[in-house]
Design a protein around this ligand. Structure first.
Ligand code: BGC
Length: 444
């Protein structure tokens, strides 16, 4: 392909998450998480999809490793299921769960792919949820204990780690407006969950380093905030949304402080020493990027200081106007970050990708030109940010496989590889071949 020119070589990666690909929800002693409860509640997930068998990776991990080796990626971002390791979220350890990840790690290393696991990708054990979940400070101690267990088993072979996936999405969609599990509707009271997840990240970094980790960071979800009108009122709305989605989760790590949130009582339960732990310098900063967010000033009777609106004129992904395609927004976000944060470590693009309508069964490989164009555009944006002096080390496609897309079930396919969820059959799409060529070209 006509590969985007990169000013320096990047490391290449692709990502998945345990609940989205593994299936086998009741096998080998696995416990239940908030996502099990969610999928078992009628009406929560499109078409009643249950994430079982999903891509059946609990049984077909060897196929996944072969796909990764075929792509030639440097690292594989997968996640470890807390409830496979500790079915109750504390105490008792399920050796079969750790064995599964240990085998996967060995197979990846044999295939020449560096394992780059995420400790937590949204699957909070039910007993911890019942005790308050991320609103409770005790969940931080439980997460630290879980991290110890995983690091003690895998730390001899795994040195690269992600801690907590996208605290922003858990706080905003899981606890503030209830669109994702656990489905709480706490509005601004949800901000305690941001603090506790960030603190869990900080403690996990220490534990992982004690076990020999050399690359530790977290993947944060970031969006570029655009304003609908060039007015002061819309500028204020954009600043408020930027604070709540971006700064709330990046500032504590990169500056050791929370942002001022205009018009919002922050209610963040900070104790002495917390901010030092949270701002322990990470080895990299993970940016998950999908789309910009356009906002305008809210109507006078709305208690939230912004209103989200479609991005005018932008093409969209399978999610429609919620997911506008604006690659330049990634470039601008990265350049802004480098200006905003003096101590910014190298950036890892820890997720980037898109879903488009594709058939459930494919008789011949899918020619996903829209996905190729999305990825190509965003890689060019990364190259432009590098040209502008931003240090970026790695790029990760979400996702290796079509998988269970949370509340959207199987209706949004993000994979470089098509998965037939009825049979588990994997069929690489054109984007898989394109990505393999991009990687090969960049290595020359
Ligand atoms: C999450 C993934 C998800 C993807 C696409 C990210 O926010 O980390 O789990 O599948 O977005 O929605």
């Amino acid at each position: 392909p006509d590969v985007p020119a990169l000013p320096q070589p990047l490391r290449w990666s692709t990502a998945t998450a345990a609940f989205q690909i593994e299936g086998a929800r009741t096998e080998d002693g696995r416990g239940r998480s908030v996502w099990d409860a969610w999928v078992d509640t009628p009406g929560k997930v499109v078409d009643g999809a249950t994430a079982d068998p999903a891509a059946d990776s609990y049984h077909r991990w060897a196929d996944d490793v072969a796909l990764l080796a075929g792509l030639g990626v440097d690292r594989y971002r997968f996640s470890i299921s807390w409830t496979r390791v500790q079915p109750d979220g504390s105490g008792r350890v399920n050796t079969a769960g750790l064995d599964y990840y240990s085998r996967l790690v060995d197979d990846l290393l044999d295939a020449g792919v560096t394992p780059f696991p995420t400790l937590y990708h949204w699957d909070l054990p039910i007993p911890l949820h019942e005790a308050g979940g991320w609103t409770e400070r005790d969940t931080v101690a439980r997460f630290t204990e879980y991290t110890e267990l995983v690091a003690a088993r895998l730390g001899d072979r795994v040195h690269d780690w992600y801690t907590v996936n996208e605290p922003a999405m858990t706080t905003l969609q899981g606890y503030a407006v209830g669109e994702l599990a656990p489905g709480e509707f706490l509005l601004f009271d949800a901000l305690s969950t941001a603090h506790h997840q960030l603190l869990a990240h900080g403690h996990a970094m220490r534990v992982l380093r004690e076990h020999g980790a050399t690359a530790v960071g977290l993947p944060n979800n970031h969006t570029r905030v655009l304003r609908l009108h060039d007015t002061d009122a819309d500028a204020a709305a954009a600043a408020a949304y930027d604070a709540i989605h971006n700064r709330m989760f990046a500032d504590p790590i990169l500056t050791g402080t929370y942002p001022d949130l205009p018009g919002i009582d922050t209610r963040i339960p900070v104790r002495d020493g917390d901010m030092e732990i949270i701002s322990t310098p990470p080895d990299f900063y993970g940016v998950n990027f999908y789309n910009p967010t356009t906002v305008t000033a809210p109507a006078p009777d709305i208690p939230i200081p912004f209103e989200m609106v479609p991005t005018p004129g932008a093409p969209v992904t399978g999610f429609g106007e919620q997911w506008p395609i604006v690659p330049a927004a990634l470039r601008d976000l990265l350049v802004d970050f480098a200006t905003r944060y003096e101590n910014l470590p190298p950036i890892v693009i820890s997720e980037n990708g898109a879903s488009f309508p594709e058939p459930d069964v494919c008789s011949s490989p899918i020619d996903d030109v829209d996905r190729i164009s999305y990825l190509d555009g965003h890689l060019r944006a990364v190259a432009e940010a590098m040209d502008a002096g931003v240090r970026i080390d790695e790029y990760t496609v979400w996702s290796l496989l079509d998988n269970f897309e949370w509340a959207d079930g199987y209706t949004q396919r993000f994979g470089l590889t098509h998965v037939d969820f009825a049979t588990g059959t994997r069929t690489p799409k054109s984007s898989y071949d394109w990505y393999r060529a991009v990687i090969a070209e960049n290595r020359r």
